[in-house]
Ligand binder design. Structure first.
Ligand code: PMP
Length: 350
C-alpha cells in the first residue's frame, strides 16, 4: 500500500509473549507477570469507582492523573512535577522517543534487552544502534561520549536478570550527552535503583511499571521520574486521557498498600533464590537474577528442547528467537507450587 509511510510498511512490529486462550490451564511463566493477585484494596477501589450502575464511566477520567502523581511522588521522595503516569511503561518509553528522537537521529540500547525500544524508534524513523555486553557485564565499545539522543538501559536487564551496579549507571549518565533512560521495570525485585541519579543528573530518566511488582499488568500502568522540563514535554505529547478511571483508582490503591506490595515481592525473591539454587544443583547454568525471572540454560545448551518439553506439559516459558540467547530460557517466577512443578518437569525432561 503506497499510502503507508515506508518505514511502517516495511517494519516487522513487536511480537509480545504468547498469551494462550485457556490461560487458567497453563503454568504461565513467559511474560514476567506476578503470580499473586494485586492488593485487595485494588478490587475495592475499582468496585467503589464503578458504583452500582457504572455511572461514573459516562465521564472522562482526570486528564492529569494528579492524585496518582502525588501518590507516586510521595512514595519515591520527589515533587509531583517530577512524575508522569502512563498507560504502561511502554507508553512513556514511546513518548520519550517521540519527544527526543527525530527522523534519522540515533537512539541506543544494550542487546540483549527490551527489543521494543527498536520498534518504537523505527516508527519514528529514528536510527537504532545496539551495544553488546562484555563478560564483565559492562557495555562493549561504549563511547567515552555517547551522542545518541537517548540511551535505554534496562536494569535489572531482561532477559538476563542481572542489574548494573549504580556506579556504572552513573558513569553512563556522565558519558551520555542525550537522555539516559533507566528502564527499571524490574527494580522492585532488586536491592538498588537509580532514582537518586534523577536528582543528580539532568539527563537521567527512570521508568517504572506496575505490571510486575504490583501485579497490575492487566490495568496498564507505568510512570517516569524525571526533571520537570522533561515531564512537561512528555505531558504535551501524551494522549490527554491516557489513563482510564479504573486504572487511576487501581494505581492509587496499589501504591498505597506498601505492606502488601513488600510481602508479594519478598515471596517472589525467596522463590527465585530457591528455584535458581535447585537449577544449579541439576547442572543448569543460571545467571544470578535481580528480577522476577531467571535466565537459565540446560547442560546441553538446547533451549528449544527444554521449551518443547515444558510446553507439552502446559508450562509456558520464554524461548528467545535471537541466536545469541537460544541456549537458554527466561523463566518467570511463579508461586512456590508452580515452580516446584516446573522443576519436576525440567528434571523429567532431563
Ligand atoms: N520494560 C521492560 C524491560 C519490560 O520487560 C517491559 C514488559 N515487557 C516493559 C518495559 C513494559 O511494561 P509495561 O508496558 O507493562 O509497563
Amino acid at each position: 500500500m503506497n499510502q503507508l509511510r515506508h518505514n511502517i510498511a516495511t517494519m516487522q512490529g513487536y511480537v509480545p509473549g504468547f498469551q494462550p486462550d485457556d490461560i487458567a490451564s497453563w503454568i504461565k511463566l513467559n511474560t514476567n507477570e506476578n503470580p499473586y493477585p494485586p492488593s485487595p484494596r485494588v478490587k475495592e477501589a475499582i468496585i467503589a469507582e464503578l458504583g452500582s450502575e457504572g455511572d461514573l464511566l459516562r465521564t472522562y477520567p482526570s486528564a492529569s492523573s494528579q492524585k496518582l502523581r502525588e501518590t507516586a511522588a510521595h512514595l519515591y521522595g520527589f515533587d509531583p512535577s517530577w512524575i508522569i503516569m502512563a498507560n504502561g511503561s511502554d507508553e512513556v518509553l514511546n513518548n520519550l522517543i517521540r519527544a527526543c528522537a527525530g527522523e534519522g537521529e540515533e537512539i541506543g540500547y544494550v542487546h540483549p534487552s527490551y527489543s521494543y525500544y527498536s520498534t518504537l524508534a523505527e516508527i519514528q524513523g529514528a536510527r537504532v544502534r545496539t551495544f553488546g555486553l562484555g563478560d564483565d557485564f559492562r557495555i562493549k565499545d561504549f563511547p567515552e561520549r555517547y551522542e545518541g539522543k537517548l540511551f535505554f538501559l534496562t536494569t535489572p536487564n531482561s532477559p538476563l536478570g542481572r542489574a548494573f551496579p549504580l556506579s556504572y549507571v552513573e558513569e553512563l549518565a556522565q558519558r551520555c550527552t542525550g537522555l539516559l533512560v533507566v528502564d527499571e521495570a524490574y527494580a522492585d525485585f532488586c536491592k538498588w535503583n537509580a532514582l537518586e541519579l534523577v536528582k543528580k543528573y539532568d539527563n537521567v530518566v527512570v521508568t517504572r511499571t506496575l505490571s510486575k511488582s504490583y501485579a497490575l499488568a492487566g490495568m496498564r500502568l507505568g510512570l517516569a521520574v524525571a526533571r520537570p522540563e522533561i515531564i512537561a514535554a512528555l505531558d504535551k505529547i501524551r494522549d490527554h486521557y491516557n489513563l482510564d478511571r479504573l486504572a487511576q483508582v487501581a494505581c492509587v490503591a496499589a501504591l498505597q498498600d506498601q505492606d502488601y506490595f513488600r510481602e508479594s515481592c519478598r515471596k517472589i525473591v525467596e522463590t527465585r533464590e530457591w528455584f535458581s539454587k535447585e537449577l544449579l544443583q541439576i547442572g543448569y547454568d543460571v545467571i544470578s537474577s535481580q528480577g522476577n525471572f531467571v535466565f537459565a540454560s540446560s547442560p546441553d545448551k538446547n533451549g528449544k528442547r527444554v521449551y518443547d518439553g515444558l510446553y507439552s506439559r502446559k508450562i509456558l516459558v520464554r524461548l528467545l528467537s535471537d541466536p545469541l540467547l537460544a541456549h537458554g530460557l527466561r523463566i518467570s517466577i511463579g508461586t512456590r507450587e508452580e515452580m516446584e512443578k516446573t522443576l519436576s518437569a525440567i528434571k523429567e525432561i532431563g
